[in-house]
Design a protein around this ligand. Structure first.
Ligand SMILES: *Cc1c(COP(=O)(O)O)cnc(C)c1O
Length: 435
């Protein structure tokens, strides 16, 4: 000691000493000591490399820590896109969040506590799904819609044919092409019809001993208009093979607000043997793939070896049940929000911000369903319009506020922002406006 050294390695503060910093101790209690220690070690490495002052190790470690133990930060979705895939699609209801928390520890997911015996996994969630769609003889839940398709194709058509219209060979998003997924299962695609027109006769001519099933895919993220034809599901009833309907959106029953969106009950009623849908789109639940239909078909899927690889977690089952049996989901509320009430609410925020000198307008806006649903339908909405330069700092605010830039202004649409977060939006904008 006392000797002045220029060797940076000799000047690196000891790990224990840094971890004793009160702020880092608090962070360790929140996100765990290993994560904090790893951040300290990285800061120490920077000192050794000569690009950090030894006195700044604690500060640097603190700055590099994730905000949350899970690494995923809660954000306020002010985009006006109800199911924003980059923001995690559906926000879970309070009931579903509570259910997830309850299920997080040890839980009776596969045990009947009365008898102490093994019980069917997720039986109460499956019963809730069956009750929500009485027309389904059987129900099963897998990891997501793509998994439901993969399981169906594997179990019902591997080494055989899936008959599919050329107008329904779609890309869902981010390079996920449905025909590629189906082909990867070992099923052969038998394309029928054309991009714009496919008839019942096209299907009938293609169906034969090699057919596993006929697949109908809801073109959820685009529309073909003009000289088009697609038979109704009910017209395919006469085919001698199962008709599988991938409805995508996850509406279990019709919603008058979204007349173009198919629903599971309607598809089964029209004669589909099996319906496939996502859990985190319009249903407003956790990521999941729902399979509903004829009992024997669903049993075949459930008993297929691949089903084990696609099975859902206890957290998903808990969230799904709470979504099905609980109060209206945030997704439903956002879709059905009253534009006049949105206008008044947004106007109050505008007034508060304008009084503080912020460059802000109240503008008519159009929200959309997103998540590959109701592609053409706009929901009349209202938004705050702010300088475009606010977009980046608002994304970095705590909590982050994510809007959408339209015509050189940043729009914040409150439709998908919980009312309880209005004050946080105001605070974030004021902080950015104040520099
Ligand atoms: C969204 C969608 C899928 C994929 O579902 P994921 O749950 O995202 O895997 C499949 N088909 C259609 C028609 C869809 O809209």
């Amino acid at each position: 000691m006392g000797e002045v050294t220029t060797d940076p390695r000799r000047r690196v503060p000891r790990t224990d000493a840094v971890l004793a910093d009160a702020r880092l101790r608090a962070a360790a209690a929140r996100i765990g000591r290993p994560a904090v220690k790893a951040a300290v070690v990285r800061a120490q490495d920077r000192v050794r490399a000569g690009d950090l002052d030894p006195a700044a190790v604690a500060d640097a470690a603190l700055a590099a820590l994730p905000d949350t133990p899970g690494g995923l930060r809660p954000v306020l979705n002010a985009t006006g896109v109800v199911l924003h895939t980059n923001l995690g699609r559906a926000a879970l209801s309070e009931a579903a969040r509570a259910a997830v928390a309850d299920a997080a520890g040890h839980t009776d997911v596969e045990m009947d506590l009365d008898t102490g015996r093994r019980a069917r996994r997720g039986r109460t969630a499956l019963a809730a799904l069956a009750a929500a769609v009485p027309g389904a003889g059987g129900v099963h839940v897998v990891n997501n819609g793509a998994a439901a398709l993969a399981l169906t194709a594997t179990a019902l058509a591997a080494g055989r044919e899936i008959v599919l219209s050329r107008g329904e060979m779609v890309e869902i998003g981010d390079g996920f092409r449905l025909p590629d997924l189906l082909a990867s299962t070992g099923a052969r695609l038998r394309e029928v019809g054309t991009t714009n027109r496919t008839t019942v006769d096209d299907y009938a001519a293609a169906v034969g001993p090699e057919t596993g099933f006929v697949l109908r895919v809801h073109p959820s993220n685009f529309v073909i208009r003009g000289f088009t034809h697609t038979p109704d599901l009910a017209e395919l009833r006469g085919l001698s093979v199962p008709v599988v309907a991938d409805i995508g959106s996850g509406l279990l029953a019709p919603d008058p607000l979204l007349p173009g969106e198919p629903d599971a009950a309607g598809a089964l009623h029209a004669g589909a043997a099996l319906v496939i849908a996502s859990g985190d789109k319009l249903l407003g639940g956790p990521q999941a793939g729902l399979l509903l239909g004829e009992r024997a078909l669903v049993e075949r899927l459930r008993r297929h070896p691949l089903a084990r690889a696609l099975r859902v977690d206890k957290l998903t089952l808990a969230a799904l049940q709470a979504t099905l049996t609980g109060p209206p989901t945030p997704t439903w509320q956002a879709l059905h929000a009253d534009p006049q009430a949105l206008r008044e609410r947004t106007g109050r925020l505008r007034d508060t911000l304008a009084a503080a000198g912020v460059d802000v307008d109240l503008v008519a806006s159009a929200a959309v369903v997103g998540g590959g649903g109701a592609p053409e339908q706009e929901l009349p909405s209202w938004a705050l319009a702010l300088p475009e330069a606010y977009a980046a700092p608002l994304r970095r605010a705590a909590p982050p506020v994510v809007g959408r830039v339209v015509h050189g202004r940043l729009r914040l649409d409150l439709r998908c922002v919980p009312v309880t977060a209005d004050a946080a939006v105001v605070d974030a904008v004021l902080a950015v406006a104040g520099g």
